[in-house]
Design a protein around this ligand. Structure first.
Ligand SMILES: *[C@@H]1O[C@H](CO)[C@@H](O)[C@H](O)[C@H]1NC(C)=O
Ligand SMILES: *[C@@H]1O[C@H](CO)[C@@H](O)[C@H](O)[C@H]1NC(C)=O
Ligand SMILES: *[C@@H]1O[C@H](CO)[C@@H](O)[C@H](O)[C@H]1NC(C)=O
Ligand SMILES: *[C@@H]1O[C@H](CO)[C@@H](O)[C@H](O)[C@H]1NC(C)=O
Ligand SMILES: *[C@@H]1O[C@H](CO)[C@@H](O)[C@H](O)[C@H]1NC(C)=O
Ligand SMILES: *[C@@H]1O[C@H](CO)[C@@H](O)[C@H](O)[C@H]1NC(C)=O
Length: 309
């Protein structure tokens, strides 16, 4: 479990630079938002004059994490010690630079300009926010919290919306879909037994008490499934679960079965309806329940009864 310190967040607001105008259109500012150019590697200029050496500068696209790509280079060489060389040096500037007056000073230029050198042209409306972090327990272990960053804060562009969100309940839904049998497979399901999960909000675990009611009912022609009982297929009732698999789970079907308990575990008559527990754990990166036994991310379930044929 993650402990997220609120203090860290408060300190992430660094001093803001001069206020930029608010962008006229919403969404990503044209060209994205860059950090300032910063010398990367050695900051020692290997020549003392004449623009004869360069320093390596890089910058980072701040807005990328918010889905706004930047245009322009991420690295560049800029000549250093651009002052014109004096006697006894044999030349005043290294090629291709020439002595010229720029901004009132006599230097070896021209200094290459980067057309997209501005960090950003304007503040996006509402700022740019990072995605939410994964939920974690707060320090007092009383709540689930998640955080996000205002990516444009350093540029003086404030964000609208909370940067921290806390909930008492487990972020995975307290209910799961009651999937109708027909959604997942044949029309052979006659009855579905659905009971709700019970969520432990502190542990983010859920328990489902499945009903062991899938006895052979020859009168109504129902059965659950034949099960392999010590090598012989028998008609003992056994609980099966039909799952609806979460959309991102790379399975051939969005439906899957599991038989959490062996056949013979449960009563095979209608009279006794014991319940048996199966458990799920909340996957906090997707806030989807995972079936503990095999790790499937599931959005729903049911306990169907097959037509006995
Ligand atoms: C940079 O140059 C100065 C003076 O020449 C020298 O004292 C220093 O050690 C150099 N630093 C690096 C990182 O090379
Ligand atoms: C941003 O750049 C990434 C990586 O180059 C690319 O996959 C993505 O499609 C771009 N997004 C937009 C909105 O252009
Ligand atoms: C011109 O010089 C002033 C004062 O030194 C400086 O603030 C400014 O950034 C310079 N402009 C350019 C384009 O170098
Ligand atoms: C949830 O789990 C915690 C930790 O195991 C336990 O202390 C607590 O009693 C459980 N809550 C409920 C309602 O069962
Ligand atoms: C399985 O079936 C065979 C043949 O009918 C029988 O001899 C054997 O005892 C059965 N095994 C069990 C465990 O019921
Ligand atoms: C589904 O998404 C969750 C979170 O995004 C991830 O943890 C899980 O591994 C994914 N499943 C697959 C099969 O990619």
């Amino acid at each position: 479990m993650w402990k997220i310190s609120v203090l860290l967040l408060l300190f992430s607001f660094t001093s803001a630079t001069a206020a930029l105008a608010v962008c006229t259109s919403s969404g990503c500012p044209t060209g994205g938002i860059w950090t300032e150019w910063a010398v990367t590697g050695s900051s020692n200029c290997s020549a003392s004059c004449g623009s004869c050496a360069s320093l390596y500068y890089t910058r980072r696209c701040v807005s990328q994490r918010a889905g706004c790509n930047c245009t322009g280079d991420t690295s560049r060489y800029i000549p250093c010690n651009t002052n014109v060389c004096t006697y006894p040096s044999q030349k005043s500037c290294c090629s291709p630079y020439l002595p010229m007056v720029i901004n009132g000073s006599y230097i070896c230029g021209p200094i290459p300009t980067d057309k997209s050198s501005a960090t950003t042209s304007c503040c996006p409306t509402g700022g740019l926010l990072s995605d939410w972090s994964v939920y974690g327990r707060n320090d007092a272990n009383t709540q689930w919290i998640r955080t996000r960053e205002c990516l444009t804060a350093d540029l003086g562009c404030s964000c609208t919306g909370d940067l921290i969100e806390s909930v008492t309940a487990c972020p995975c839904s307290a209910t799961m879909n009651n999937i109708p049998g027909g959604t997942c497979d044949t029309a052979n399901y006659q009855t579905e037994y659905f009971t709700n999960i019970v969520v432990n909000d502190t542990k983010c675990e859920a328990t489902l008490q499945i009903q062991a009611t899938n006895y052979i009912n020859t009168v109504n022609n129902y059965k659950v499934i034949y099960c392999n009982h010590d090598g012989n297929y028998t008609t003992y009732g056994t609980p099966i679960l039909l799952f609806q698999i979460a959309p991102n789970e790379t399975r051939a079907s969005t439906c899957a079965f599991d038989r959490p308990f062996d056949c013979g575990t449960v009563a095979s008559t209608a009279a006794s309806h014991p319940t048996l527990p199966v458990s799920f754990t909340c996957d906090l990166s997707s806030n989807t329940w995972q079936y503990d036994y095999n790790g499937w991310h599931v959005t729903g379930y049911n306990q169907p009864q097959l037509l006995y044929t």
